[in-house]
Design a protein around this ligand. Structure first.
Ligand code: UDP
Length: 239
């Protein structure tokens, strides 16, 4: 008796760091394989899945700038890093027999498709997993903002942010044993209290276009399907 799914189309944000596993750089094949299996499980259950992957496991513009590089060049490198991660996820999904397409906000046509909104929606409708690469295509943005943007553009009914903690807390749970986890939060509260959920541009987009956002622990196997079946895992940010 399989519970009905609560969502029709979701946008999942994975940070680049999510792919590293225990290493401090790059991609752990075991970790990306496990994430791919969970994504495919959701897709096969009938949910249309878009994925935005970060690049922080390889390069971040701010980090390169701190090391002396021009910021815009650093951001270009960060966006290219997300393309590499997206290709790795596409490969991991295809190895499992899934249909997946990388669509990039920067044109790299020998490597992947361009992001064209109507085509992205068509892929989703056909049950293909769409991996949105290169963030928004603009420097000074993050892949969190890209995730909010793509979620709105393709009409996702839920934005999921996969992290290593089981939701949003009022203090750092690693440093403070009294830290309390929020089950629900309003967008305004996230911004006013400066809770580190997603960057402010991403939260503001979610708020303005009223897309619910759930922050959950992706290191716990099965969480993605549980959420899609309506279990209140992690923290929900809503209006
Ligand atoms: N980036 C950018 N514009 C975007 C998205 C990303 O310039 O729209 C660059 C930026 O330098 C960022 C890097 O790509 O640091 C990697 O993305 P992000 O830091 O969001 O990755 P994550 O933290 O999710 O791994």
């Amino acid at each position: 008796n399989v519970p009905a799914l609560k969502y029709r189309r979701i946008l999942l944000k994975l940070s680049g760091e999510a792919l590293m596993g225990k290493a401090d750089y790059g991609i752990d094949p075991e970790v990306i394989g496990r994430l791919a299996r969970e994504i495919l499980e959701a897709s096969r259950a009938g949910v249309q899945v878009g994925v935005v992957i970060g690049g922080g496991n390889i390069f971040r513009g701010a980090g390169l700038q701190a090391a002396g590089m021009d910021r815009v060049t650093g951001d270009h490198m960060g966006m290219l890093a997300t393309v590499m991660n997206a290709l790795a996820m596409q490969d991991a999904l295809e190895q499992l027999g899934a249909f997946a397409r990388v669509m990039s906000a920067l044109k790299i046509n020998e490597v992947c498709e361009d992001f064209i909104r109507r085509r992205a929606i068509r892929h989703l409708e056909k049950g293909r997993i769409v991996i949105f690469a290169a963030g928004t295509g603009n420097p000074f943005f993050t892949t969190d903002s890209a995730a909010a943007l793509r979620a709105i553009e393709v009409g996702a009914d839920l934005l999921l942010k996969a992290t290593k903690v089981d939701g949003v807390y009022d203090a750092d749970p690693k440093k403070n044993t009294d830290a309390k986890r929020f089950e629900r939060l309003g967008y305004a509260e996230v911004i006013a209290r400066n809770l580190q959920v997603m960057d402010t541009a991403a939260i503001a987009l979610c708020r303005d276009y009223n897309i619910p956002l759930r922050i959950y622990d992706m290191t716990e196997p099965g969480n993605l399907m549980r959420i899609l079946q309506g279990e209140p895992i992690g923290t929900l940010v809503h209006s």
